[in-house]
Design a protein around this ligand. Sequence first.
Ligand code: FES
Length: 279
Amino acid sequence: MKLRPAPSPDGDKSSLTGDMSLNRRQFLRYGFNAASGVLAATLGALGFAAILLPPSGGEGGDKSVLYWAKGREDEAWYGTKHLQPMMKSDFEAEAAKSNVGMSGAQGVWNGLPVIVNYVPHSQNSSKPIADNSPRFQEMAGYDIGKNYVGHATEYLLGNPDIFDPSGNLVMSFARCTHLCCIPGWQLVSNSFTDDNWTPGGGDDGGSKMFCICHSSRFDPTAIEVNRNANRSTGASFEYLGIRRAGGPAPVGLPIIPIIMNGDTIEASSDYTGWLTYCD
Ligand code: FES
């Protein structure tokens, strides 16, 4: 596993040719998984319902989504924005630097880890499907037993408020469905996090969300219906999520509906039952 190299102060990447393999100390620093270990432990101790209590005492919880760059202040594009509100224009500006027009960032919402991805769907949806023209893809979903669960298009017809396919942003809960580490948006540099894109939600590399713990991959452009279960009670639930592309994670990550407030990214707490599998 290769860590994504941090830029040197003078922008000279020739100084980054040393060993960038991951060791434990780097894991602790670079892994949002581990950097937010306190957060994860807190989640485990309090349970999700407690976390979702409105911090301000207002009804419906805190809608705002904040950047989370702890431990990555020097290399994440949003490193200077730690705990500032996420803005769509920030994602658009960052996406303009990408080969494929995508960008993503770690965030925190209501005390929960999330990942927001910008996909140039509106720009590409009328073009023929082709490599390196990312778009959201509504797909069939299968559970851990390979049983068909449903199709995203059908699900969205019945639940049109979950995800607006004409928009360019998608937000996912960032607890891995394998063992509940916190996946990141391209925390490492390897074939799964290259700046390229192929259609189909497969595992052929490029622009994936990556769980550093055991290398699970998730494709933020592949939208599917899936099924997961609460680890304590076994109660199962179906949800709209992004697809697991590879690795030991059994299923994909739930979507958290985005609510735009001008340029500011906020989120809805209407589907919190989907987020309980690590409780
Ligand atoms: S916890 Fe994410 S791959 Fe194991």
